[in-house]
Design a protein around this ligand. Structure first.
Ligand code: 4NP
Length: 156
């Protein structure tokens, strides 16, 4: 059965579309494209319909990633459709828990730091109001977490 993964951040223009793009590349490289559905969404609708922030796009492009996702807010139906709903920081998790319709969907919510392998950190920080170093850091963290996530799925 297909595994459905939804990455969540606040605006859905920096962290979660980056995570979606990295995870898609990893599953494609492993020949697992047909086994996964990967998407992302935001907790605010302010940027709905916009492409990813040009700053993360340019940092991503240097590592060969092209982010095509358009920002959209999370919908209640996402809690049913997706198997794993993965937030970037504790504030994301608090909001997801508030939006989650029931205990069954609560169990799908994870903090991305659960999947770090080589990284010592407890969240992926919001890069929106920071400098270019923050965007590089976000991509470093997400590359590590997405590798860890695939391994976790395979092991569980
Ligand atoms: P993201 O970054 O949650 O990683 O997409 C942000 C994007 C926009 C805003 C905040 C964070 N904002 O406040 O508009």
């Amino acid at each position: 059965m297909k595994k459905r993964i939804l990455f969540i951040c606040l605006g859905n223009i920096c962290r979660s579309p980056m995570a979606e793009t990295i995870m898609q590349r990893i599953v494609d490289e492993q020949g697992l494209t047909q086994d996964y559905e990967i998407d992302s969404a935001g907790l605010i609708s302010y940027h709905e319909g916009e492409g990813a922030d040009p700053r993360i796009r340019s940092h991503a492009a240097r590592r060969g990633y092209r982010i095509t996702h358009l920002s959209r807010p999370i919908r209640t139906s996402d809690f049913r459709r997706f198997d794993l709903i993965i937030g970037m920081d504790d504030a994301n998790i608090d909001t997801l828990r508030r939006l989650s319709p029931d205990l069954g969907t609560d169990a799908k919510i994870h903090q991305i730091s659960e999947f770090f392998v080589n990284v010592q950190a407890d969240h992926v920080p919001d890069p929106y109001y920071g400098g270019s170093q923050g965007f590089e850091h976000v991509i470093d963290l997400l590359e590590d977490a997405c590798q860890g996530l695939l391994q976790w799925i395979i092991d569980n």
